[in-house]
Design a protein. Structure first.
Length: 108
């Protein structure tokens, strides 16, 4: 009986040792994948930060150009601004009318 118990104990110890090695391999694999993912995230963040800086510089440059053009041609700037305002107002009236018509047709 002691022989069978010793065999079972030895078999369980081998299985536990094997499971410990497998858990160790899985831990290393997960750590490697986490490291790779972190490196990818850092690279992506750096690239997006650079691109955002480029876009911000471009927008500032364009805003400066528009401001200069408005200073040099105030009449044209006023006409363009008024035209944009009128177009926005007209678009608002059209959209409001469409929404009002849709709301009335749903309540019938």
């Amino acid at each position: 009986m002691a022989n069978i118990t010793d065999d079972v104990r030895a078999d369980l110890e081998r299985q536990i040792s094997s499971l410990k090695r497998e858990v160790g391999r899985l831990s290393k694999s997960l750590a490697s994948q986490a490291s790779d993912t972190m490196e990818d995230a850092e690279f992506t963040y750096d690239e997006m930060r650079k691109r955002a800086g480029d876009v911000a510089r471009h927008v500032r440059h364009q805003a400066h150009e528009v401001t200069e053009a408005a200073r040099e041609h105030p009449g044209t700037a006023a006409t363009v601004s008024a035209s944009i305002g009128l177009l926005a107002f007209a678009a608002g009236v059209v959209v409001g009318s469409m929404l009002s018509t849709n709301a009335r047709s749903r309540h019938r």
